[in-house]
Design a binder for this molecule. Structure first.
Ligand code: ADP
Ligand code: MG
Length: 696
């Protein structure tokens, strides 16, 4: 059984991590907590999940009594409560601050101390309670505990203001951090709100508003201006323009009319459209995107895991150091100033929480994935952002990836007494069941030219051999259409020609009948893409194609790509990829999903692009580019590198600053004020730096 909950009032990233480890120790339970989204995902592998579920809930409450566990569905309630909590905290801190200032003017010493104590309790009772609970649970190395010890210690040695200040700043830091995290969470949520929640079902006379699960394929729906297309459908009446920006990240408007397919999530810009539903809710484009993005923000990056490990070492080490500072120097007579060293030790404790790291690293990836999605690129998880940043080799599939995949017929040749009409017609019939771009183009050109329809009753025993061509029974004769290799394999005698473009040979009953030459155009954006990749320092850019040598090389030459691999079957493309991967290159394979799912799956990063809708490509790839532009590959790599830099800055920056502060404190050059500022400040800087990953 799988469950999803939202945790409220979980106060620090470190606690979330500790709680996760705690829960995972329960038998037959698998837990993942995302501190950024505060979502707890629970998998229970047992016959009595209810029992274990209540055990999980008990454990959470034992861990920290104030944590609230809410069902994930109730988003509005969650948002309201989060707001309430934040407002209460702000109020509390403001009050504490005013009291702290006013107390400065109180001159009766004992009263002053009592007010400080009251103020201290006001700002820190929650932290103190959590710390107490955690000690009862035998878990002492957490942030609550450290802050409590440090501030209580400061109180005991008479540093009242500092004691209050530690907790006060800690609270302010938590609120600011929360706001920043919320900001990035909102951006992602907005992104996920591209679903139209209802549809206007039209029964020929009346129109009724229904929820999407009530619709079935073939239903007629009306889409009004300003509404989003609810499900993938095809227009049966009306002309309008669509704003696809939610899907592609570009506000390009596309004119659509009767017969055009429209994707869910795009906004109808002008006039009412009547459309026929083609896909159910679960299969529609928008649901898939929302699903992908949601999953992506949940998967943890490798560096996140490393950070978790690091923090579980860092804290105990600092605590041991603090302890040594407290007892070692005073035991030598020259340094017999116990309270001075106790103070330094307490300052150490303030700096000992690695919170900046624990929160900023996942937050950076979270923000980055959100920003990717806003720009029309779905990266399926933080690991792939990491992988993208390392890419030094980009292999492009040719057809449909760097070319338009929209072929023109440039020549028709008929052998002997056969006619050109016969050649074209037979090839069109052969292609009529194929989804390949070649087939789509040939069929389009055939119906444009002849105005004839294909009668599929004349096609039987159809089979398509990936990367080669088609075999079928057409007009009761066994027919082969495909490249030269394919005809040779089938023992056809024919003459091979070299043309500017791809040659499709035709044989009927083993006899060569003729060929057609089809030519594809290179996408306008391809040259741009190659240029940008070179500028990024990608050292190996290759084309990988099932097409013939001259067709592939001609394109390579035009674009300035030296490595051209041609005549490849899908399994050969895998070899090209694995060869490079094994020699240590970090390979991104870019394909359109037609005949290239295997290399997509075998590269370090599989990038699928092009017209939304080829499901296998979306599944086999790690990154999905919603538009037709290969230059987005360069953009994605660049952005991933930026994300990686931010993560590094945060790691090096926060460890560096903390180390420096620790040294200063150790030698007595710094006090608790600076320690708190450093702790809260570093935390905040790291969080703000993370948010840069949201920018373009
Ligand atoms: P690419 O690697 O360029 O995307 P494919 O691997 O899909 O191309 O196809 C390689 C070659 O196989 C094509 O250039 C064509 O010669 C032949 N071929 C593949 N599918 C078909 C088809 N449906 N009809 C005719 N030829 C095909
Ligand atoms: Mg292809």
């Amino acid at each position: 059984m799988d469950y999803k909950f939202k945790l409220l009032k979980i106060h620090c990233a470190g606690c979330a991590l500790a709680l996760e480890q705690n829960l995972n120790q329960i038998e037959s339970v698998q837990v993942e907590i995302n501190f950024v989204t505060k979502i707890l995902k629970l998998h229970i592998d047992s016959d009595e999940p209810e029992q274990i579920l209540s055990k999980v809930k008990d454990t959470i409450h034992l861990f920290d009594h104030s944590i609230e566990i809410l069902d994930y569905e109730d988003e509005e309630d969650i948002a309201r409560r989060e707001k309430q909590e934040r407002e209460f905290n702000i109020f509390k801190l403001t009050l504490a601050f005013i009291v702290l200032i006013l107390n400065y003017f109180v001159s009766i010493t004992w009263l002053k101390v009592i007010i400080y104590l009251a103020d201290y309790i006001l700002v820190s009772y929650k932290v103190l309670i959590s710390a107490g609970r955690n000690i009862l649970n035998g878990k002492i190395f957490d942030e609550n505990f450290l802050m409590s010890i440090a501030s209580i210690g400061a109180f005991i040695i008479g540093e009242y203001v500092e004691a209050v200040a530690v907790m006060f700043l800690y609270g302010v830091g938590a609120i600011l951090e929360d706001l920043a995290v919320q900001k990035s969470r909102r951006t992602i949520s907005a992104l996920l709100e591209i679903k139209q929640p209802y549809a206007n079902l039209f029964d020929g006379e009346n129109e009724i508003k229904v929820s999407l699960d009530k619709l079935s394929i073939g239903d007629l729906i009306r889409i009004k201006p300003g509404e989003r297309v609810p499900l993938d459908s095809v227009i049966v009446e009306g002309t309008s323009y669509l704003d696809m920006s939610a899907l592609t990240g570009e506000s390009l408007e596309k004119i659509v009319t009767v017969g055009d397919k429209i994707l869910s999530g795009s906004i109808n810009g002008a006039s009412v459209l009547l459309a026929k539903v083609e896909k159910l809710e679960a299969d529609s484009t928008v649901s898939k995107i929302v699903d992908l993005v949601e999953k992506a923000t949940e998967a943890k990056a490798k560096s996140e895991k490393t950070i978790s490990k690091f923090s579980s070492i860092y804290t105990p080490v600092v605590i041991v150091l603090a302890f040594l500072i407290m007892i070692v120097p005073p035991s030598f007579s020259a340094f017999r100033n116990f309270s001075e060293y106790a103070y330094r030790a307490l300052c150490f404790l303030v700096v000992s929480c690695p919170c900046a790291l624990v929160i900023s690293v996942p937050l950076t990836y979270f923000a980055s994935i959100g920003s990717f999605a806003r720009n029309g690129i779905v990266v399926k998880g933080a690991t792939f952002v990491e992988e993208l940043a390392k890419v030094d080799t980009v292999i492009f599939d040719k057809t449909g990836t760097i070319t338009e995949g929209n072929f023109e017929i440039t020549e028709i040749y008929a052998y002997g007494e056969h006619t050109k009409e016969e050649v074209l017609e037979t090839i069109a019939y052969a292609e009529s069941f194929s989804n390949h771009r070649i087939a789509k183009s040939v069929l389009e050109k055939y119906s444009d030219k002849t105005k004839k329809q294909i009668n599929s009753a004349w096609v039987s025993d159809y089979s398509e051999i990936a990367g080669k061509g088609i075999k079928a029974n057409i007009f009761m004769q066994s027919t082969i259409v495909g490249n030269a290799k394919f005809l040779k394999e089938n023992g056809v005698h024919f003459f091979e020609v070299t043309k500017n473009g791809t040659v499709l040979y035709l044989a009927v009953e083993g006899e060569f009948i003729g060929y057609i030459v089809i030519e594809d155009t290179i996408k306008k954006d391809s040259a741009n893409a190659v240029g940008k990749l070179k500028k990024l320092g990608i050292k190996d850019i290759s084309i990988c194609s099932g097409d013939e040598e001259n067709a592939v090389k001609a394109i390579g030459k035009k674009l300035g790509i030296q490595n051209c691999y041609f005549g490849l079957l899908p399994e050969d493309k895998v070899l090209v990829v694995t060869d490079k991967v094994q020699s240590g290159q970090k390979v991104a394979f870019v394909g359109d999903g037609i005949n290239d799912a295997p290399p997509l799956a075998n590269s370090n990063v599989g990038i699928s692009m092009g017209k939304l809708g080829t499901d296998i490509a979306v599944e086999a790839s790690d990154v999905v580019i919603m538009t037709d532009e290969p230059s987005k590959v360069a953009y994605a790599i660049k952005k991933a590198k930026k994300t990686h830099r931010i993560v590094l800055q945060n790691i090096i920056g926060s460890i560096g600053i903390k180390a420096l502060i620790l040294i200063l404190i150790g030698f007595g050059f710094s006090g608790m004020w600076l320690a708190v500022f450093a702790d809260v400040g570093v935390n905040l800087l790291a969080v703000l730096n993370s948010l840069r990953a949201m920018l373009k």
